[in-house]
Design a protein around this ligand. Structure first.
Ligand code: AHR
Length: 512
């Protein structure tokens, strides 16, 4: 019998054995690792309608806006408490020349966005527009600098333009363009995917180039740069090895990209049309990020046992086929309950590795890949992924509480195993314990017994995200198909929390 058929039969048996399943979780209330809020970072690239139409419509647009930024999108994003926003790419960053995006907009030159559909980029959203957006969202900017087609001088001057407060040439230019005070810019990426769209470099060559660029990106007037070297793609452990060996003393962070994607050639599958086998495969592939993180971390531990250099997963998320009828190269995809699980399962994993993993940026914030929001000329739609980010925002900067989870597991395609329950917990500064639980089982509810002994708590409240079908998604016509509701399935009884978790659901419970 073919292996794939066997896996499917095992999966069927596992799922049909009984309709009511049991799991148990022991919460270690003595956690001491803070979940950095930057794990909830975002990424905005000049790609498709992420910037133009998604975040920015310009002051003269008929779409309600605040100084050119879409009001509906701004308001929705504020609720996510975004800690950090990466910009302007992605692949775009290594063809971006920042001086094209400053000064009067009517004088800014146009360019071809070669990476993303050959769309004409008019540079009307540039450095000022981005950094002002970060101020409005109260988040840290993460600038991704051009190494692939730029120069050391160009990147050094960009840093000076943004952060110098003195009487320096670039600070004077900034003032001429209407901004007196320097911005605070902490995160500086020195190139993106330098092994691919960022210059097709070998790690040995990039390591030296990185050191050269990093040397001239200076700290001006109290601004302290946190320099990030362009890191590996998922399973490329040699890249991490070479970068750590040759350049670790020149960086604060090393990046990594991991997408939940079927492969880079051929169809990636439709975002909204899939069966249970595809669904479970997706979650298996998503969970594989844990193994990938562990392996990159082990290499970093070898060169940097004191954990001075952080690992930043600055691109992650699902990557499906573009929606039919949309512009090629714009990576516009819908977002179902399946994507919501990719978000919740990813966070459950990320929280466990924050001794080394200190930032993660989902790709991308609006209208591109696994986005928070989809927009058109009339309005916007919050995706199921948006709802997970909002439900999980309580874990930002809270103390991680390790969990011991006992639950059924099922085999899935590509020799992976999928536990049917995924979870994470944290304790906030206010003493409130939050537990997020995902029941990935498409058909069966789970009774979960959570041992919280030692916690003096009286009340339990909760929120749940689920829908009738795994393939459900929100549209401009029906924006609330997949939405958050009050959860009443948790009861606290003498240090034990009994939770009845419906099939295919994600909950966050607050215990006070
Ligand atoms: O997020 C889309 C693209 O994926 C980014 O531009 C690039 O860095 C990655 O390959």
């Amino acid at each position: 019998m073919k292996k794939s058929i066997l896996v499917s039969i095992c999966a069927l048996l596992a799922l049909s054995a009984n309709a009511q399943k049991n799991a148990s979780i022991k919460v270690d209330l003595e956690g001491n690792q803070i979940i950095p809020k930057e794990i909830y970072g975002q990424f905005a690239e000049h790609l498709g309608t992420c910037i133009y139409g998604g975040l920015w419509v310009g002051e003269n647009s008929a779409i309600p806006n605040q100084n050119g930024y879409r009001s509906d999108v701004l308001n929705a994003l504020k609720d996510l408490k975004i800690p950090v926003l990466r910009w302007p790419g992605g692949c775009f960053a290594d063809e971006y020349h920042w001086m094209d995006g400053i000064g009067p907009r009517e004088n800014r030159p146009k360019m071809v966005n070669n990476n993303w559909g050959g769309t004409i980029e008019d540079n009307s959203f540039g450095t000022h527009e981005f950094l002002n957006l970060c101020e409005i969202l109260e988040c840290e900017p993460y600038i991704s600098g051009n190494v692939g087609s730029g120069t050391v001088e160009e990147l050094a001057k960009w840093v000076e333009y943004m952060t110098s407060d003195g009487d320096s040439p670039m600070a004077r230019l900034r003032r001429q363009n209407g901004r007196d005070k320097a911005w605070n810019v902490k995160y500086l990426g020195v190139g993106n995917e330098s092994w691919g769209c960022g210059g097709s470099m070998r790690p040995e060559y990039y390591a030296d180039l990185y050191r050269r660029y990093a040397t001239y990106c200076r700290n001006y007037d109290g601004n302290h740069l946190y320099k990030i070297a362009s890191g590996a793609s998922d399973y490329d452990y040699n890249w991490t090895e070479v970068l750590m060996d040759r350049a670790r003393n020149h960086m604060q962070g090393l990046s990594l990209h991991y997408y939940t994607v079927k492969g880079w050639s051929g169809s990636k599958g439709a975002a909204t049309i899939f069966d249970k086998d595809d669904y479970y495969w997706t979650l298996g592939k998503c969970r594989e990020v844990e193994d990938v993180l562990k392996k990159h971390i082990a290499i970093m531990d070898k060169y940097d046992p004191k954990k001075r250099v952080n690992l930043l997963l600055d691109e992650w998320g699902t990557w499906w086929d573009e929606e039919p009828g949309t512009i090629g190269g714009h990576l516009y995809q819908q977002n179902t309950l399946r994507d919501a699980f990719v978000a919740s399962l990813s966070f459950d994993i990320f929280h466990k590795y924050t001794e080394r993993l200190t930032m993660a940026n989902i790709a991308q914030i609006v209208n591109v890949l696994q986005s928070m929001i989809l927009t058109n000329d009339k309005g916007m739609v919050l995706t199921p992924t948006y709802h997970v980010f909002k439900m999980y925002a309580v874990h930002q900067d809270a103390t991680h509480l390790p969990l011991d989870i006992k639950c059924e597991e099922m085999p899935v395609r590509d020799n992976r195993t999928l536990p049917l329950i995924s979870a994470t917990a944290s304790k906030g500064k206010d003493g409130i314990v939050h537990i997020s639980l995902s029941n990935v089982d498409a058909d069966n509810a789970q009774n979960i017994t959570i041992d919280l002994s030692g916690l003096k708590a009286k009340t339990v409240t909760g929120e749940i995200l689920t829908s009738k079908n795994l393939t459900d998604y929100n549209t401009f016509e029906n924006p609330n198909v997949v939405n958050v509701k009050e959860f009443k399935g948790a009861k606290l009884n003498k240090g034990t929390l009994e939770v009845k978790l419906p099939a295919k659901s994600i909950v966050t419970i607050a215990i006070k």
